[in-house]
Design a protein around this ligand. Structure first.
Ligand code: FAD
Length: 408
């Protein structure tokens, strides 16, 4: 029997069951070598909690839609686009005709993503709709329905014997205890990374998104407007693959706004802007299905995907406490993956591959079976993460016990 056949699987505890935690679990448990991991997902909100506003994933459009250029994100977005494109035959992903309108001239010169989407071309002037539009492009992108996609991911994972536990964690050490020494913790907690003890990343903030979901069978294109001056409202309509005729209209991008209640004036604005861009909404079959608010889990400086060695207490109850000595602590490999803001779906597969790279670089005994790309880049980033972040210790004297307990 070979060494790899006898090796015990590495316990991996993923905290978070949004699109990021689920996709990382999918990548870890796919293909040859997947038996090397024994994956448990622990989360306050699971894919069936589709009406919970405590996590972002159920509230997304969700399509692949161009955002600002960034080399790292560009890589993830290309990888994710290609993956979704390949999934079109499954019916989970819609091949979506799309138009992006610009309030400025010469849109094409600012479009960095034309080689990612398919069938890209510049629109002729007569195709423009409202008078404020100065230029435009059309292409094919992809969309999914999170209410179908998230449960699908969960069922895939269950068929691979991934265990799901519904529980809110107060501190990272609770996950560390489950993983045990030599195990791995993946922190995919979205906005939760702001308050989870052991992480407490104050760069994390919400971007409030209000939307309207409608049955609008004649609106079959993704349409969005890129304004000359960016504000906190947006104009977009995203058709979903199913149920037939379902579209999502947006929206808002309200930075640092934690309000999860629906604002009626905002809803009226969303509808009137959408009608101006999509004449098909005037069809008598159009009807509103729901008004929604979700909080995008953003982070100053962009998403954090990196590995760290974290020292966690391993004994005692679940109440976080200062650790007295080394005998009560263990070093656990933590892979962080949070802060995806408005683009968690369209970066999900690329970011999951990056998380996998970080894990494999740290655990050379585990063969990397699932990641594509350049290991050298990941290794550089990993070492950078260690040298900048160092070892996070819950017995850090700068962390006051009173502060920890005050959160209960
Ligand atoms: C209106 C709107 C439209 C959007 N449209 C798009 C789109 O078209 N395309 C796109 O790519 N993206 C879109 N997004 C963004 C996308 O939804 C997010 O980027 C993505 O869902 C983030 O996923 P996540 O897994 O990182 O976080 P989340 O989905 O927030 O999941 C976090 C997970 O961590 C768990 N958790 C947190 N804290 C704890 C704790 N202490 N203990 C236990 N569990 C914990 C939660 O319960 C949850 O399971 C949109 C978002 C909104 C709101």
């Amino acid at each position: 029997m070979s060494k790899s056949e006898t090796a015990k699987p590495v316990p991996v505890v993923i905290v978070g069951s949004g699109v990021i935690g689920l996709t990382i679990a999918h990548v870890l448990t796919e293909g040859a070598g997947a038996e090397r991991y024994q994956v448990t997902i622990i989360a306050r909100d699971l894919p069936e909690d589709l009406s919970s506003q405590a996590f972002a994933s159920p509230w997304a459009g969700a399509n692949w839609s161009p955002m600002q250029y960034d080399e790292r994100l560009h890589r993830w977005e290309k990888q994710t686009f290609d993956k979704f494109w390949d999934m079109i035959p499954t019916g989970l992903v819609l091949k979506l005709p799309s138009k992006v309108y610009f309030e400025h001239e010469d849109a094409e010169s600012q479009v960095w993503w034309k080689d990612i989407v398919r069938d890209f071309r510049v629109l002729k002037t007569e195709a423009y709709l409202p008078s404020n539009v100065k230029s435009g492009v059309e292409f094919h992108t992809v969309s999914i329905n999170p209410e179908i996609y998230l449960p699908w991911l969960k069922s895939e994972l269950e068929s691979r014997r991934v265990q799901f536990i519904k529980r809110r964690l107060v501190s990272l050490d609770e996950a560390g205890k489950l993983a045990g020494e030599g195990g791995v913790v993946v922190n995919a907690t979205g906005l939760g990374a702001r308050s989870l003890i052991g992480v407490e990343d104050k760069k994390v903030f919400p971007i409030r998104g209000q939307t309207v979901i409608a049955h609008a069978p004649k609106a079959s294109e993704f349409v969005t407007l890129i304004p000359a001056v960016k504000g906190d409202v947006a104009t977009y309509l995203i058709p979903r693959p199913s149920p037939p005729g379902m579209v999502l209209m947006g929206g808002t991008f309200q930075v640092n706004n934690w309000d999860t209640s629906v604002d009626i004036a905002t809803a009226e604005g969303i509808l009137s802007r959408a009608k101006a861009f999509v004449p098909a909404l005037a069809d008598p079959e159009t009807r509103i299905l729901s008004h929604n608010v979700g909080l995008r889990p953003a982070r100053e400086g962009g998403p954090r995907v990196e590995a760290q060695i974290v020292e966690l207490p391993t004994k005692g109850d679940l109440v976080p406490k200062l650790v007295q000595g080394d005998d009560e602590s263990a070093k656990v490999l933590v892979v962080h993956a949070y802060g995806f803001g408005p683009a968690g779906y369209q970066q999900s597969w690329g970011a999951a591959a990056e998380a996998m790279r970080s894990l494999c670089v740290l655990r050379p005994s585990v063969t990397s079976h699932a990641f594509e790309g350049t290991p050298g880049t990941a290794r550089d980033r990993y070492y950078l993460g260690i040298s900048l972040g160092g070892v996070v210790q819950l017995n850090n004297p700068n962390v006051a016990l009173g502060k920890m307990r005050a959160r209960h």
